[in-house]
Design a protein around this ligand. Sequence first.
Ligand code: ADP
Length: 915
Amino acid sequence: MTNKSAEDAQKFLASIVEHAEDAIIGCTPDGTIESWNQGAEKLFGYCGEEIIGQNIVALAIDEAIPAVNAVIQRMKRGEAVHPFDGTGVTKDGRRIEISCSASPVKDADGTLVGVAAILRDISERRRADEARALLAAVVESSEEGIIAVSLDKTVLSWNRGAQAIYGFPAEDILGKSVFSTIIPPERVEEFNGFFARVLAGETLIRFESERHHKDGRKIEVSLTYCPIKNPNGKVIGVSAIVRDITHAKATQQALREANENYRALIHNIPDVIWMLNSNDEVKFLSPTAEKIFGYSVAECYARGVALLFDSIHPDEAQQVKRMFQLFFEEGTPFDMEFRIRRKDGEWRWVHNRAIQTFEKDGLRYASGLVTDITQRKAAEQSLRESEQRYRLLFERNLAGVFRCSQVGNFLDCNDAGAKILGYDSREDLVGRSVLDVFFDLADKDASDQRMAQYGTASNQELCMRRKDGSSVWVMANTTMVPGASGTEIEGTFLDITLLKQAEEQMRLAKEAAESANRAKSEFLANMSHEIRTPMNGVIGMISLALDTDLTPEQRDYLATVKSSAGALLEIINDILDFSKIEARKLELERVPFSVKEVVRATVKDFSVQARNKHLSLQCDFSADLPDTAIGDPGRLRQVLMNLVGNALKFTNHGEIMVRVMRLQDNALQFSVSDTGIGISAEKQKSIFEAFVQADTSSTRHYGGTGLGLAIVSQLVGLMQGRIWLESKAGSGSTFYFTAHFGLATAIPANDESHAREESSSLMPTRKLHILIADDNLVNLRLARSLLTKQGHSAVTVGSGREALGAVEKQSFDVVLMDVQMPDMDGFETTKVIRAQERISRKHLPIVAMTAHAMIGDRERCLAAGMDSYVTKPVDAKKLFAAIADALHKDSTSNVPQSENTPPPAPVPRRIDLDR
Ligand code: ADP
């Protein structure tokens, strides 16, 4: 380089130094300032003349002077000095932050000839640094989480707030992906979406989402995402401000729910809550108001307090307004029931009561509660009315009505009750003891007992004592009820004295009627005796006469007389049967028998008659009929005879069929069908009543008493069955009846009917000597003829005494003893004979003969010591059977009984109701 150019370069350099922005100061090695450029002048305020020649420490603050000197010393020693920062002071005393770099200036020999210091004002930078540090501290200590995330979604910064919210300490999360830490899987997509928007420059303010806490729990967060840009404006990351709103959310939710509950409550409680103010405004009215007032809530708000007050019933309006005013102004309690008129004009009862009054913003407020009590009022009203009604019912009742305490004092009673018991009034009776009105305390005890057991005692007929001591019969119903004094007794009673008298009269009348009925039965029995006895004679004698030599004409006449007498006897039998049933004196037998045989025998009995009328008469049995039934074959036969007899009587062409089948309940159903004249529907209704015949013309034509079906239906009833018919006038009839029989497996060998026949066949072949005692001559003759015709010998006597005489004188094989004889009857006579036999130790067989056919006759005869029994008119077959029976008994047991212990009445094997 030329000198010239070196000089130029020097100048150029000096110019740069002179004009440089930084302060460039040249010093001696001791620090004395030798050069001072424009930058230094600008920085420190000194011009060159002012400062050159001073030591450089003049530019440092006092505290920094030692450090400046230390630097000078180091420079002198040739040690390196690194740039350093310090605080300088300007000409006007201002402190400035400066950075300083000092470099040694050496000559060609390397000797230190000076120091060049370059100083720069760094106050700005300092301030910026401090501000940054402050910001970082703010960020770090923020309660809110502040997080920076890089573009690749890893966490770059993580403050204490974030740690508190998410639980992760910074060292655990910095540099890690947000997905592996705080973003739950279901939020990844949302996060990516938001992230992308922020990367595009958008700021997302306070959106809500969910994040993971370190402990695995979900937390609700509010997030603000901001792009982080570099100085060039390029987005280099995303910052997030996080706030934990889990608690806030829960509070919010609770608040929301409370609000909803409150709304629901206000909507649903039937009561109306109201709030008014002194401006006559309605400030609150629950929606239910509409139900009560009929006005919508909006209308109420719009029309104010006046609307509510104007709808109060005129009777109550004044009072309500006055009381309300007192409440509103002075806080006097307000609680009233009154009527209001709904919008539709209907009156309703409401209960309005105040809650409170208070002042707000210079206005006075009051609130309260309205309840619709219309229903309650109506119920109260109807209760009052019904109480009134019951009171009247009680007071005006014609029956006595009373209430008494459990210890037995009248608590209340109506006038009728007092009157029945002979007291002047209710007041006269109330307070007295019930003991005063009972005649017999046993009645009270009985009533008390029933009440204790069942709580009530009904239809008690009691004889009560009236006040004057007289008696009155009452019918009382009492019941226990809970009352004010514990359990009480309530009841009603009626005066039944007249009824009782009538009852007594009826009882007497009934007794009279019963005794008349007994007299009737006895009369019938006697009459049957009286009629049977002569009939006995008539039929017996005719039979005897028919056995003698007669002209054909005489025989014909006698045969006709015999059949007429037979018919007459049948009628008498019918009447007797009927009256026996009426008097309930007919009982059925229970013996084993064959139903089929009974039916067959009946059909057989009518076969001749059927043949004569050219009618077919048949019977038919279902396959399941039992072989043996237990019941009364005689009565079954009687029923069948009647029905088949009628069928034959009222049928002129065709056939008669008797059918028997078994029903489900073991009953048997019998039917008798004919193809006869039939019975009109009208007549069918009454055909089973006594003395009814289908029509009088047919009676004349066919004969009959009209008793047959009445007896039949009664007998069927006794057999626990029923009878009915199907018929059409002109085309035949079918009579059905059912009967219940006991079932037996087989007819025992000693069947009664067989036994009878057997015993008649047991009639000894030897000739018997027989005593006949009867006051009836015809009967005597008849019996004697029947016996003598069989080769037996007979002695006849007309009274009991004569019989005793005869027995003393002669020995007889058997005695036929009429029961009813003048002087000494058959029972008496038998007793005497039996008494004598206690000494003789013999036994004379005695057969009772009686026209009585009532229940008990047979037993009486047997009890009197007779051995068997035969009813009159005496029929040869029956007579011989009875004699055989008596002899048979004699042969089996002939030890006479002691008189003191009369022989036990032999249990009749069969109650003989034979006529
Ligand atoms: P009676 O003894 O007079 O025959 P019933 O009581 O046996 O009396 O019968 C009453 C009436 O019922 C009879 O008079 C007759 O008119 C009518 N009757 C009974 N059975 C028959 C029948 N099978 N067909 C037509 N009429 C009958």
